[in-house]
Ligand binder design. Structure first.
Ligand SMILES: N[C@@H](CCC(=O)N[C@@H](CS)C(=O)NCC(=O)O)C(=O)O
Length: 332
């Protein structure tokens, strides 16, 4: 039998682009998609039809199944990457899901994320959406106090999420909603005690680290001046906040233990900014005696979704900083 031709990087990318929902692995050697179904029967019906197609081509995908989902991954092991045979089978796998009369896979609700890439709270929500592979539209939005804006986000902040039923504001409420609508990739443990611990860690990081650090952002990032009394309170709060983190987080290697959870998302987008505040305003290395936290920041930085978000943040940073500086100097 002739070996199927290997797809070069451009052809592999073109294949993924032509099939919405399919994603190339970071190393470009496989392509996968998660299909959601309404129940177990619909999932199994799809899997059985896919098995027939795979047998017909003598090319079999790696499958991961749950009650209402199936993840399909194609690669050609012999070729060490993607080939024409994968392209044929991926198209067939997609066609099976699209067939009229097939027990259809449910289209997940279309979500809209309103925020901007320099906003750490927006980035928390974007990372959860990407980790869960939920389709969403990113609507670039800056905070406002206009009646139209306040009707969607009552405190005039981002992020907020557009759902088929309306809007949700406050990052933790949005993160909870995402967990409620998608359990295929869980970001909260099912066990009530473990779940509550993750929530406690999220809250501790936000209240005792993110918020005190935020009270000094104007001076650290935007060239403004923060009153001494606020800075001195922030210093005290940050020391207590990091001591709390050291006491409570497990870093094994993730904040709450062995699995990546929402606590890691809040940690990632709070601790780096707080550490910058500690260093710049107080010459303090707030992470110095928590090496496991430093290691976790590094590990999380390797995540491809985190890298994507960081690249967007870098690109948006200069314009954002100039706009805020101009506003602070203008006194408005
Ligand atoms: N408690 C809010 C905080 C969100 C927040 O502080 N957002 C910032 C951007 S990172 C914002 O909109 N700031 C504008 C303002 O405070 O007017 C949440 O959890 O969503």
């Amino acid at each position: 039998m002739t070996r199927p031709a290997r797809l070069d990087a451009a052809a592999a990318q073109a294949l993924a682009t032509s099939l919405p929902g399919w994603a190339l692995a970071a190393d470009g050697k496989s392509i996968s998609r998660r299909f959601k179904f309404k129940d177990f029967d619909a999932t199994m019906s799809y899997v059985n039809r896919l098995a027939a197609v795979a047998n017909a081509h003598d090319h079999h995908p790696d499958l991961k199944l749950g009650y209402n989902y199936c993840e399909v991954l194609f690669t050609t092991h012999d070729a060490g990457g993607l080939t024409e045979l994968d392209a044929t089978c991926v198209r067939a796998a997609q066609q099976l899901a699209d067939e009229p009369g097939a027990p259809s896979h449910e289209a997940p609700p279309m979500l809209k994320l309103y925020g901007f890439p320099v906003s750490n709270y927006t980035n928390m929500v974007e990372l959860a959406l990407l980790e869960k592979a939920l389709p969403f539209e990113y609507v670039l939005t800056f905070p406002e106090q206009t009646p139209e804006f306040l009707a969607r986000s009552p405190r005039g902040k981002v992020p907020f999420l557009g759902t088929p039923q309306g809007f949700i504001n406050e990052a933790d409420a949005i993160l909870d909603y995402l967990e409620d609508v998608d359990q295929t990739k869980r970001l909260l443990p099912e066990d009530p005690q473990a779940r509550a611990t993750v929530r406690a860690l999220m809250k501790e990081i936000e209240l005792y680290i993110e918020l005190p650090a935020r009270s000094c952002f104007a001076e650290v990032f935007f060239g403004g001046k923060v009153p001494e009394a606020i800075k001195s309170k922030a210093r005290e709060d940050l020391l207590a906040g990091f001591a709390t983190l050291k006491r409570h987080a497990r870093f094994a290697p993730y904040v709450a233990g062995e699995t990546f959870t929402l606590a890691d998302i809040v940690f990632l987008y709070s601790v780096d900014l707080a550490a910058a505040v500690g260093k710049q305003l107080f010459s303090l290395d707030l992470l110095v005696d928590i090496p496991a936290a430093q290691a976790l920041l590094q590990r999380l930085g390797e995540n491809p979704h985190v890298k994507t978000i960081a690249a967007k943040r870098e690109a948006g940073l200069p314009a954002f900083v100039s706009a805020v500086r101009a506003r602070l100097q203008g006194g408005s």
